[in-house]
Design a protein around this ligand. Structure first.
Ligand SMILES: Cc1cc2nc3c(=O)[nH]c(=O)nc-3n(C[C@H](O)[C@H](O)[C@H](O)COP(=O)(O)OP(=O)(O)OC[C@H]3O[C@@H](n4cnc5c(N)ncnc54)[C@H](O)[C@@H]3O)c2cc1C
Length: 370
């Protein structure tokens, strides 16, 4: 790694790890990820990526840039989920059904594989538009460690630490956080991928960042191999997201500026009732064969209730560069920002990492020219 540019990525959620993989695999860079919470840690409200469904559905009807990133990322995820590939185990390819109770939320899904409209007479009560297509779901407990190990296999380094102020790494690199006790020296670039934590990271403190809290219920139902969502008139969803493991995520809620870190029991009940009404197949098949299932049959399948804070940002994802002086060293360090992915961090991760890499390459070539 002699002669490589030293890059620090702050954050090890799906955004930080994907960005770190892209840069490390590009060649010519030695990347260190520094993050307070890692994929292998216990689930916490301080790490959103553990709580995602996560499926790929083009929902960003109001934002063309986001749509483009979601579409480009789909192509990468589709390839990674190729049957027979080594990476297939992180994904499930599913037939996804989307129901909408209001035309204004219908996104352009025609480009998705096997896209078909559902005839009006087959739509459930209250639904005005429905379609099916093939998409993928990500098994997040497998996919996040996969990203981390792909990164370290390419030569990247991961340090578990909380950074108080961006200047700590701009001036001193990783030295204050590493057990290697290397002398402090400014890196060639820093990438900020700190999700909702960016609101509090000293020197950045982006007050446009706000949480959109989402509560979910994880159940064990390996017989469910399809995805299904209803988009409600108020912009919220009821959804079933199956994972390859046989665990299923039921959602959801969407509450802006709600920081409450625990699942609310009444919300769990509401999520279960909405999902059972939309998808009676959640009850075990052997029960459905013998008698009419009840909500109690689904409650018996619960593994966990949880909630996460989608890292939303007024104005959308921040992808840009700023330069900071590294104390009195005379060096200017480019800071590449890549955060604020809201409810789309997985489904836009590869495209936003691509943009961050381009910003990094432009910035580091400017440094060389100086
Ligand atoms: C219920 C729910 C369902 C969702 N479903 C989907 C879905 O189906 N599809 C989809 O694409 N997205 C979905 N999302 C959104 C997705 O989870 C997020 O967009 C994504 O996880 C954001 O990733 P991130 O890396 O930006 O943030 P995080 O995963 O929160 O990672 C942030 C990282 O930064 C670190 N960090 C922060 N501050 C500091 C600091 N000062 N020092 C050191 N480290 C720091 C943290 O420790 C962590 O490692 C869902 C979210 C929720 C809550």
């Amino acid at each position: 790694m002699e002669g490589s540019k030293k890059v620090i990525v702050l954050g090890a959620g799906v955004v930080g790890l994907t960005t770190a993989v892209k840069i490390q695999e590009r060649g010519g860079y030695q990347v260190t990820v520094i993050a307070e919470v890692l994929p292998t840690d216990d689930k916490t409200i301080r790490y959103t990526s553990h709580w995602a469904g996560a499926h790929h559905v083009l929902n960003a009807t109001e934002d063309d840039k986001q749509q483009k990133m979601d579409i480009d990322t789909f192509d990468v995820l589709w390839e990674l989920s190729e049957p027979g590939s080594e990476t297939e185990k992180n994904f499930l390819r599913v037939t996804q059904t989307e129901y909408y109770c209001d035309h204004k939320f219908v996104p352009p899904l025609e480009r998705m594989p096997d896209h078909k409209l559902i005839p009006k007479e087959l739509l459930p009560a209250g639904v005005v538009h429905g379609l099916t297509f093939t998409s993928i779901t990500l098994d997040t407990p497998k996919y996040l460690p996969y990203l981390a190990s792909r990164f370290t296999a390419a030569g990247g380094k991961i340090i578990k630490a909380s950074v108080q102020h961006i200047n700590q790494v701009v001036e001193g690199g990783e030295s204050a956080f590493s057990s290697e006790r290397n002398p402090p020296s400014p890196p060639d670039a820093v990438l900020v991928c700190t999700g909702i934590g960016t609101r509090f990271l000293g020197g950045v403190e982006d007050k446009d960042m706000y949480p959109i809290r989402g509560q979910t219920v994880l159940i064990r139902a390996p017989w469910i191999k399809f995805g299904r969502t209803i988009g409600h008139p108020d912009g919220t969803w009821t959804y079933v997201i199956p994972r390859r493991s046989g665990d299923i995520i039921l959602g959801g809620t969407k509450d802006a500026n709600d920081w409450y870190p625990h699942p609310r029991p009444e919300t769990t009940r509401d999520i279960l009732e909405r999902n059972f009404a939309m998808c009676p197949e959640l009850a075990p098949p052997e029960i459905r064969e013998k008698r009419t299932p009840t909500i109690e049959d689904v409650i018996a399948l619960i593994i966990e209730e949880g909630c996460g804070l989608r890292p939303a940002r007024k104005g959308g994802i921040r992808l840009e560069v700023e330069w900071l002086e590294a104390g009195d060293t005379g060096k200017k360090v480019p800071i590449v920002f890549n955060y604020g992915h809201g409810g789309y961090g997985f489904q836009s991760s590869w495209a936003s990492a691509d943009i961050a890499l381009t910003l990094l390459e432009d910035a580091t070539s400017q440094t060389l020219a100086k």
